[in-house]
Write a protein that binds this ligand. Structure first.
Ligand code: ADP
Length: 375
């Protein structure tokens, strides 16, 4: 049995899972929260890591630790065994992901301290998007400025988009190389990805995870001139603008609630603000479906995944309403069926298979970790 300890380290949390790579089953999973806060048992990430490892109990033989790392820039296009140099490179990429890479690195250092003899592997959220062509990743600004500062689209949620698009082809019994898929990863963060023959050809997040779809607390796409406008007119500084767009926008900004269930509950009791926010959310999903249909030229599968995508019957049905002319339709009985399995929600014979496929980023990280250490 090969067991991989998968770690997703945030600024004040460690999410962990011990995965049996052969069966794909999680052996143990958990979350250490409020690290460093007063009264917390975990005074720092090292203490948090020790608590997490203690919770695994005895009798485990951890083959490797797989770390989720958000930004690999153009440096890391594969899961990579972590050396001192790799740590330094992840640190150097921090300006591109100041909220994430430093926190990921703290988790890496804590795991190395706790398990010094176990190989540690970094699995990057950006890596699956290495196949984007220049026309998909280039922002049309002065090339010298862009090159000097690494300004381009990188894309995120790659581990999920890779896992889900591969599962979609397998579910349909089609060769991955011939399958064209749009994946809608709708969680607190959300992104769309156009996958052609197993390769990402376009994705809605950009240089940072702020771009694209409307999210729980993030704005998604907006006119870039809004930033300088608000700076001039509202006197907001850049840190305030960053905070506004990352933490106080999206569903939260529109309604005061960042959690989809709360917004839907409010809408179902007739709250017009909540219903208007849901309409904005759906509009951005339809925008990307249309865009990626055109980029792919044909579509085999449209896949919903992550918290909202896997669970919200209403969001799925309403987002796709009226798209029959594009070959996309939803069977309401299939869509409403309670299930945690991979499933069709389109009717038989529909030109595009609409699917729900639960994502499993931990399993994908564990598999890539094993591949990286050559076990
Ligand atoms: P993260 O991006 O943090 O991994 P998840 O993928 O767990 O997040 O998604 C969290 C989102 O999923 C929240 O907005 C939550 O409200 C939403 N969600 C979970 N269950 C449901 C449900 N039954 N109906 C609607 N939304 C749901």
């Amino acid at each position: 049995m090969t067991e991989v300890f998968v770690v997703n380290s945030g600024s004040s949390s460690i999410k962990y899972q011990l995965v049996n790579v052969e069966t794909g089953e999680p052996q143990v999973s958990g979350l250490i929260e409020r690290i460093g806060e007063p009264g917390s048992k975990a005074k720092d990430h090292a203490a948090g890591m020790t608590i997490a490892l203690d919770r695994l109990g005895d009798g485990h033989d951890i083959a490797a630790v797989g770390h989720r790392v958000v930004h690999g820039g153009t440096v890391f296009t594969e899961a990579t065994v972590i050396t001192d140099r790799v740590q330094k490179q992840i640190e150097e990429l921090s300006p591109l992901a100041p909220l994430h890479n430093p926190a990921n690195l703290v988790g890496i250092r804590a795991a190395i301290a706790a398990l010094p003899d176990v190989p540690q592997v970094a699995v990057f959220d950006t890596a699956f998007h290495k196949t984007l062509r220049p026309e998909a990743y280039t922002y049309a600004i002065d090339v010298k400025v862009a090159a000097r500062h690494g300004v381009r689209r990188y894309g995120f949620h790659g581990t999920s988009h890779k896992y889900v698009s591969e599962r979609a082809a397998a579910f349909l019994g089609r060769p991955l190389e011939e399958t064209k898929t749009i994946v809608l990863h709708l969680g607190n963060g959300a992104s769309a990805c156009a996958v052609d023959g197993g390769e990402s050809i376009d994705t809605s997040m950009g240089m940072t995870p702020l771009a694209g779809l409307v999210m729980g607390t993030r704005s998604g796409d907006l006119d870039p001139a809004i930033l300088s406008y608000l700076h001039r007119e509202a006197g907001l500084g850049f840190d305030q603008l960053d905070d506004l767009l990352n933490h106080n926008s999206g569903l939260l900004g529109l309604t005061g609630e960042g959690d989809m269930r709360d917004v839907q509950d409010a809408a179902s009791t007739g709250d017009e603000t909540a219903e208007a926010a849901l309409a904005v959310y759906r509009h951005s999903i339809r925008h990307y479906i249309g865009a990626y249909l055109a980029q792919l030229g044909r579509l085999d599968a449209l896949v919903f995944t992550a918290g909202v995508g896997e669970n919200s019957v209403a969001l799925r049905a309403q987002s796709l309403a009226g798209l029959e002319g594009l070959g996309i339709s939803v069977d309401s009985a299939r869509n409403s069926a309670q299930s945690k399995s991979e499933r069709y929600i389109s009717p038989d014979g529909s030109p595009v298979a609409v699917l729900v496929i639960p994502t499993n980023e931990e399993l994908e990280i564990a598999r890539q970790t094993v591949a990286a250490i050559g076990a």
